[in-house]
Design a protein. Sequence first.
Length: 225
Amino acid sequence: MANILVVDDELGIRDLLSEILNDEGHSVEVAENAAQARQARQNERPDLVLLDIWMPDTDGVTLLKEWSTSGLLTMPVIMMSGHATIDTAVAATKIGAHSFLEKPITLQKLLKAVEQGLARNVPAAAAPVSASHAALPVGAAATVQIVAAVAAQDIGPQARQNFQLDKPLREARDEFEKAYFEYHLARESGSMTRVAEKTGLERTHLYRKLKQLGVDLSRGKRGGN
């Protein structure tokens, strides 16, 4: 799943988009203005940004241009507006926006735009793995071995996982996230509180994500918790 930044000055829009995207298994950060969006872009490095055009401090097109000229437009950006003209949408696309959504945004259009945006981001998402494994054998189904823990740590069979890199991005991320959370559950003896702290997720979001990934919560418990 992806880390998505939602930038909109309307609380209702932020909450609605966050709920939908969380239900799809994504991690969502929100910002209500350009200043918060800049900070989130720096700290979270989102895989995709949903950016409102009309905001009180700095409008979305200006922020998009700022990211583009400073080399920070490394992720797909989907512009949103209920009042923008066609000229505004075209201008944003020329600057580097991936697409444009007109408010009110339907569920189908939102999910399709997000899926297409993340698909464009596949090479960037795969680059860190391939760069750190330059000696990987070339084959029809390249496999990268990810070591989730050092040998000295006793966390059970979840310590080593093999991931197929020729799968669709969504499936590959699901496999990695499942192994990631199983690793932390085993390491923290099934404590949801400590896992939430370690992974930086709220407990409610953590429970939802574990359920969505099909993680067996009982496997991490050692002697009850």
